[in-house]
Write a protein that binds this ligand. Structure first.
Ligand code: UT7
Length: 325
């Protein structure tokens, strides 16, 4: 019998500190940096984002999201035999945030590792977990996106600091006789490294280079709208499905205009697109599982719905997963 991987529970977590655009205007004004609610809403669709407190790490947000997902799946943590965390903001250089999360979950022994594909990280992690489950390497996986991007932001750079937020989302992915994940499609093109990066690194007891986020927004925007259409069509082809089969599109939540463009190209109405960027900003690898969990908990996404998940980000990386929920 063919073995598939199926999502059986979702969870998410947001830090309690919520900053509206008005709060960002005040925060930046104190540094002599000018922005406005009108500009942020019109150019991005973002109205608010959440930032962690100084003593909170990606693994803490991941833990809360995982506990919710395990509860929703009615799977005890002791049954988990694979943990993958997608993050670009790990707790430490090493060990992995997944290993730290494993300890916080009170389990030991199963493989736990991070995937670093920036905003496409959750799509990459889900692809790896799907392959491991289908080939018999795991039965109950926790797949997580967790980020504390506030730590990477340059609050003197208005073109980036208003865009990002912190959060985590998680799913329990289980072996199943029925799909589940129908197809996956992931890509990278390293020649675009410089348009979205955090160029600093640790060496000789110091940070060398600039450890703050740099982005050429227009170049990223242009690339994103092209590759998101390509990967959507590729994953549908692999699964033998068409856009008419999609009940919900859950794109990476970076900019409402990118989502509208993808929906338009795929001829999907916006009421089939899950949008949380307005309340969360761009939470990088966490944005897709966060949006998924919110739509599930609101009762919008129901068992049996066909979902397309799509990510794009630094690397440049991009990809998609098509699944029956
Ligand atoms: O998660 C990874 C994927 N990341 C993305 O998908 C991001 C993709 N890019 C974008 O979403 C958009 O390019 C941005 C939202 C980053 C920028 O929007 P844009 O429409 O491309 O604006 P722009 O960079 O062309 O800037 C237009 C103007 C500039 O002023 P001038 O030169 O025309 O006078 C900027 O200085 O808007 C100005 N500006 C701002 N004004 C007020 C840029 N940021 C701000 C700001 N507040 N925060």
């Amino acid at each position: 019998m063919t073995r598939y991987a199926r999502i059986t529970g979702t969870g998410s977590s947001l830090p309690p500190r919520r900053l509206s655009n008005a709060d960002m205007v005040t925060l930046l004004a104190a540094r002599g940096v000018e922005t406005s609610d009108d500009w942020i809403v019109e150019r991005t669709g973002i109205r608010a984002r959440h930032f962690v407190a100084d003593n909170v790490y990606a693994s803490d947000l991941a833990l809360q999201a995982c506990l919710q997902a395990l509860d929703a799946a009615a799977v005890p943590a002791s049954e988990i035999d694979l943990i993958i965390v997608a993050t670009s903001t790990p707790d430490m250089v090493f060990p992995s945030t997944a290993a730290i999360l494993q300890q916080k979950l009170g389990v030991a022994g199963c493989p736990a590792f991070d995937v670093q594909a920036v905003c496409s990280g959750f799509i990459y992690a889900l692809t790896v977990a799907d392959a491991m489950i289908r080939t018999g390497g795991a039965r109950h996986a926790l797949v997580v996106g967790a980020e504390v991007f506030s730590r990477l932001l340059d609050f003197n750079d208005r073109t980036t600091c208003v865009l990002f937020g912190d959060g985590a989302g998680a799913v329990v992915l289980q072996a199943s006789d029925t799909p589940g994940i129908l197809a996956t499609d992931i890509h990278a093109d390293g020649k675009h490294t410089s348009i979205l990066c955090v160029p600093g690194h640790v060496a000789g007891g110091q940070i060398l280079g600039d450890p703050l986020l740099k982005m050429d927004g227009q170049a990223v925007f242009k690339l994103a709208v092209g590759v998101l259409e390509d990967t959507a069509r590729a994953v549908l082809d692999k699964a033998g499905r068409t856009t008419a089969d999609i009940d919900w599109l859950i794109p990476h939540q970076a900019n409402i205009r990118i989502m509208q463009s993808t929906a338009r190209k795929l001829k999907l109405p916006m009421d089939k697109v899950v949008v949380t960027v307005d309340q969360h900003g761009n939470t990088s690898a966490a944005s897709i599982p966060l949006a998924l969990d919110h739509a599930v908990r609101l009762g919008h996404i129901k068992k049996g719905d066909t979902l397309m998940l799509e990510g794009v980000g630094g690397g440049f990386t991009w990809g998609s997963v098509l699944l029956d929920f």
